[in-house]
Design a protein around this ligand. Structure first.
Ligand code: C2E
Ligand code: CA
Ligand code: CA
Length: 602
């Protein structure tokens, strides 16, 4: 306990000073507490003002010459602590009968605490740092609005002081570990003291989204206790090492100057300790730790960002079998590039000038007609050039942009189809849809766009990859069923490279199977592939699907797939994907081709 000027004398009965102070002797006093306490005492006419912080410190103030001093005893301290932990404001106008302040059997007429009010204290980031209390021997009949406002103002000022104290003490208020600024200061000091290199460890307790879920479910106090438990485990595994709290879910260790790199066995032991379930405030929890390791050289300090790099390594290590990883420069570059692309893609989706749809014809082998076009997204970045959908579609999925990308594709694709239909072209449009879009709203989304552009639903087909269509069985089944009822065709894309459950496939309300191009491309040269594709065609027909071959690149493959009895073909041999404006001329040119040369007619 730090006793401020004018506070009751030391050695009050029952106060455990050590537990109240923690490391208070090495710490800065509470900046501004005296002034805040004087203001609160004067405004509310109380003989005792207290400030308790979540790090265990307590500050007490009694105005000088106070005849009616309230004794600071263990019961009052415990009551203040409990009120602080509750984290809400509390006003007890008459506390004389409240058991929290009354020793058992004591006469309420002699109660030392008759008026008690508590106001939580928050830091600049909104995190609770403690609580401010005003206490009196005399009860109150009422508290005026200006009294309450004075108490709240005093608590707000105390919060600023408490935040400043953490900063001056270089400690994180929740774990009481030195924080990020201290980490950088110590790292610079170590590397400018003649040591050329330093080893850093970053320890990530759990993925940030999971950690936020803990906070939402259990509150900040639980999350703070969790990080303290993690810090204790790290300290037990690495005795004597300096630990820092560098982000909400992350700790860092700066190994002392001459220290060698930790061995793989030490890192394995650290990860194993962190993977043991943590019993935090009585709630057991298993973390998903990641430990990153980085060697920093003195010359890298200037422009470099060692903390960012070592934290990248710890994030990459999460979810891997070993749980730890050494910083990898090329992986870091990849992440930076991906981040750059995601922000650029978000901008492209809102401005919509860089995105475009290309269309690739699909030809019906029986009639020789081009009946369907597949819409394929294209992104022309002003400096990076053309970015492949194989790159930006997975990024959009990870970054939560997939719905806007699909909305953009549906809107543009259907607007274009409407134009072709008005021009008298008898076409259907096939659109790629991600597993993220596969929910109960999909049919409504599509119907709204179709209605806006006046396109019949029967002119549309949606392509889902084999893995996304088969993955979430019942829901998928219902969503696809609704689309089918609305007349929309359903194609199972990239078929043959996933692990289809044949029973699920049999029940799938799909209309076509698109056999993956990696299998189709080799059928003219690889008998094994040809045998697989032949049996897939038979399977598709047995299950009542039309079978479409993708990746038909030459006349030999074309002849082979025709021989296998497949229904439709798509590939560079027929046409590459092309801008919308090229479709009508291509259709005219294709119809004029010599059917015997083209193998089909349109
Ligand atoms: P996919 O749906 O399997 O599309 C077929 C891909 O194969 C296209 O690549 C197409 O240009 C290419 N292709 C067509 N014929 C041939 C051929 O004969 N030989 C070879 N080697 N390739 C051929 P693209 O346009 O780069 O698209 C790649 C993937 O990106 C697509 O694979 C699809 O999964 C995804 N994608 C493209 N546009 C969209 C979109 O709007 N939404 C979603 N969700 N995914 C899209
Ligand atoms: Ca496709
Ligand atoms: Ca495909």
């Amino acid at each position: 306990m730090e006793i401020s000027q004018g506070a009751p004398q030391d050695g009050r009965p029952g106060i455990d000073q050590a537990s109240a102070t923690g490391e208070a002797t090495e710490q800065h006093a509470m900046p501004g507490f005296e002034a805040v306490a004087r203001l609160a005492a004067g405004a509310l006419h109380v003989p005792l003002v207290a400030l308790l912080l979540t790090d265990g410190s307590a500050f007490w103030h009694t105005p000088p010459g106070q005849p009616d001093a309230v004794p600071v005893d263990a019961a009052l301290l415990a009551a203040c602590r409990a009120a602080m932990r509750r984290g809400s404001a509390e006003v007890l106008l008459d506390a004389r009968e409240d058991a929290r302040f009354l020793p058992s059997g004591a006469d309420p007429a002699h109660a030392a605490v008759a008026f008690f009010a508590c106001e939580p204290v928050f830091g600049l980031d909104g995190q609770q740092l403690g609580a401010l209390f005003v206490v009196d021997r005399r009860p109150r009949l009422a508290l005026s609005a200006s009294d309450l406002a004075a108490l709240r103002d005093a608590a707000a000022l105390a919060g600023t002081g408490a935040a400043l104290r953490c900063y001056l003490n270089r400690i994180d208020p929740s774990t009481r570990l030195p924080h990020r600024n201290a980490f950088f200061a110590d790292l610079h000091a170590q590397l400018s003291n003649g040591t050329d290199t330093a080893w850093l460890l970053a320890i990530e307790a759990a993925p940030v989204t999971r950690f936020h879920a803990f906070v939402r479910a259990m509150g900040h106090a639980y999350a703070d206790a969790l990080m303290r438990a993690v810090a204790e485990r790290v300290q037990a595994c690495m005795p004597g090492m300096q630990l820092y709290q560098v982000a909400t879910t992350r700790l860092a260790v700066l190994l002392p100057g001459s220290h060698e790199a930790p061995t793989p066995a030490q890192l394995d032991a650290l990860v194993a300790a962190l993977r043991e379930p943590v019993d935090c405030l009585g709630v057991p929890l298993t973390l998903q730790p990641g430990v990153g390791l980085l060697k920093v050289e003195a010359r890298e300090l200037r422009g470099g960002d060692p903390l960012r790099r070592v934290m990248n390594a710890s994030s990459a290590a999460q979810g891997t079998a070993s749980g730890w990883a050494v910083y990898d420069h090329s992986q870091d570059e990849r992440h930076r590039q991906e981040f750059f692309l995601v922000t650029e893609l978000a901008a492209a989706l809102s401005e919509r000038a860089e995105l475009e749809l290309h269309y690739q014809p699909r030809v019906d082998l029986a009639s020789g007609h081009c009946l369907t076009l597949e819409a394929l997204a294209r992104w022309r970045h002003p400096t990076l050039g053309t970015v492949s959908p194989d790159v930006f579609v997975p990024l959009a999925e990870q970054a939560g942009l997939m719905r806007s990308l699909t909305d953009w594709v549906l809107d543009h694709g259907l607007a274009q189809l409407a134009e072709w239909l008005r021009a008298g072209l008898d076409l259907r449009l096939s659109l790629n849809v991600s597993s993220i879009d596969l929910d109960i709203m999909l049919e409504k989304r599509l119907a709204t766009v179709a209605q806006r552009h006046g396109v019949p639903m029967a002119r549309l087909e949606l392509e889902f990859t084999e893995s996304s269509a088969i993955q979430h069985s019942q829901l998928t089944h219902d969503v696809l069923g609704t689309l089918r009822k609305a007349g929309v065709g359903i194609a199972i894309d990239d078929f043959g490279i996933g692990y289809s459950n044949l029973d699920a496939l049999r029940r799938m309300p799909a209309t076509s199977l698109k056999i993956d191009q990696s299998l189709v491309r080799g059928i003219d040269t690889r008998p094994h592939d040809a045998a697989i594709v032949r049996s897939m065609v038979a399977l598709g027909h047995d299950l009542g699907f039309r079978v479409v071959m993708e990746g038909v690149e030459n006349a030999d493959v074309m002849a082979a797939v025709r021989d296998m009895g497949c229904d439709e073909v798509q590939g560079y041999h027929i046409a590459r994907p092309m801008p919308a404006g090229a479709i009508a001329p291509w259709l005219r040119e294709y119809a004029a081709r010599d059917p015997t040369l083209a193998g089909t007619s349109c």
